[in-house]
Write a protein that binds this ligand. Structure first.
Ligand SMILES: NC(=O)c1ccc[n+]([C@@H]2O[C@H](COP(=O)([O-])OP(=O)(O)OC[C@H]3O[C@@H](n4cnc5c(N)ncnc54)[C@H](OP(=O)(O)O)[C@@H]3O)[C@@H](O)[C@H]2O)c1
Length: 285
C-alpha cells in the first residue's frame, strides 16, 4: 500500500471527494484485480455503475471485499460512486431491474442490486447516469434517488451526461437533495461545458470529467503542455490532469497500466504556476 495521497475537495454534501477517481468501465473480468491494484497504488475513489453492459459492479464489490478483509483498507478511507442507469442505457438482456415497474421501483430495485453487488450498505455518491425525458420522469427518478439518500444509502447525489444547462437548472430547482456532482464528457464538441461549469461553480456543484485524455490529443500535444512536462519532469497526461485538478475539475481515469496508475497518483506532488494555468486555459476556452 503506497503512502502517496490524493488531494480531496469538499462537495456541498460536506464530503471530501478525492480529486482523481478510478473509473471501472469496460474492464470486464479484469475489474476486481484492477481495482485492487489501483487502491494499492494510492487511488481512494472508485467509479462504477449498475449497468452490466459496461461495468462489472459485482467485481468492484469483490475487490472491495478483498481490500477490506485482506488488506486492512477501511471503508471510511474510500470514496465509492455508482450510478442508476435509466432503461435507454441498458442492453435489453441485462437490465438490473424490472423495466415495466414504475420508475420509483426501478431505482429502488437497481439500488438493491448495487448494495448486493458492492456488498456495502451505503455509497458515497449516487449518480443518475443521464437525464431522462419528459421532466416528470426525471423528477420521479430524482425523488427515488432522494429516498436512497434519505434512507442512508448514499451520502450525496449527482448527475451525469447532462450537457444542457436548462435541464441542470430544472433539476437544481426541483431537488430537495441538490446534485453535488456533474460527471460529463470533457471535449471541444461541448465547448468543454464552459457555461455549465461556470453555473456549477456558482452553485458549488463539483465537475467530474471523463474522456479527458482520449478526446483531447490536441491539448496533450500542445506546446505549453510539452513545456510544463519538461519543466516538471512529468508526462503530458500528468500535466493535463494536474491542470484540471488545480481548476477544481475532478478527472476520472480508467487506466489499466500500472505505470500510469503510479503517475496519475503522483500529480499532487507538484503545482503548476498561475501563468501556466492561464496558458492552458486558452486551449480550453
Ligand atoms: N458517465 C458516463 O457515461 C461515462 C462514460 C465514459 C466513462 N465514464 C467513467 O470514466 C472512466 C474513465 O473513462 P475515459 O473514457 O475517461 O477513459 P479511460 O478508460 O481512462 O481511457 C483513457 C485512455 O487513456 C490512457 N491513459 C490513462 N491514464 C494515462 C496516463 N496517465 N498516461 C497515459 N495514458 C493514460 C488509457 O490507456 P492505458 O490503460 O494504457 O493507461 C486509455 O487508453 C470510466 O472508467 C468510467 O468510470 C463514465
Amino acid at each position: 500500500m503506497t503512502s502517496k495521497k490524493i488531494s480531496t475537495i469538499k462537495t456541498i454534501a460536506n464530503i471530501d471527494m478525492p480529486q482523481l477517481i478510478y473509473g471501472t468501465a469496460w474492464k470486464k473480468e479484469r475489474t476486481a484485480d484492477l481495482v485492487v491494484q489501483a487502491v494499492t497504488l494510492g487511488f481512494s475513489a472508485i467509479d462504477t455503475a449498475c449497468q452490466p453492459r459496461h461495468y462489472r459492479e459485482d467485481l468492484v464489490g469483490e475487490a472491495l471485499n478483498h481490500l477490506f478483509r485482506q488488506q486492512n483498507v477501511s471503508r471510511e478511507n474510500l470514496f465509492i460512486q455508482t450510478k442508476f442507469t435509466p432503461i435507454g442505457g441498458h442492453n435489453p438482456q441485462s437490465i438490473p431491474y424490472d423495466p415495466n415497474a414504475p420508475l420509483k421501483e426501478q431505482v429502488s430495485q437497481s439500488f438493491a442490486m448495487t448494495r448486493k453487488n458492492l456488498g456495502i450498505p451505503y455509497v458515497d455518491s449516487y449518480v443518475l447516469h443521464s437525464p431522462v425525458e419528459p421532466l416528470e420522469s426525471l423528477t420521479e427518478i430524482w425523488r427515488a434517488m432522494e429516498d436512497v439518500y434519505n434512507n442512508g444509502g448514499s451520502r450525496q447525489l449527482g448527475i451525469s451526461n447532462c450537457y444542457h444547462l436548462p435541464i441542470l437548472e430544472y433539476l437544481w430547482s426541483m431537488a430537495k437533495i441538490k446534485p453535488a456532482v456533474v460527471q460529463n464528457r470533457f471535449n471541444s464538441q461541448t465547448d468543454y461545458d464552459r457555461d455549465l461549469r461556470i453555473w456549477c461553480n456558482k452553485k458549488g456543484i463539483r465537475y467530474q470529467s471523463f474522456w479527458t485524455l482520449t478526446a483531447n490529443p490536441h491539448i496533450l500535444s500542445s506546446y505549453i503542455i510539452g513545456q510544463c512536462a519538461e519543466r516538471y519532469e512529468k508526462t503530458r497526461e500528468q500535466i493535463l490532469f494536474r491542470y484540471l485538478t488545480q481548476k477544481e475539475i475532478t478527472p476520472l481515469t480508467g487506466t489499466c497500466n500500472e505505470e500510469h496508475m503510479i503517475e496519475d497518483v503522483e500529480i499532487f506532488e507538484f503545482n503548476l504556476e498561475e501563468n501556466e494555468l492561464h496558458r492552458i486555459d486558452e486551449l480550453i476556452e
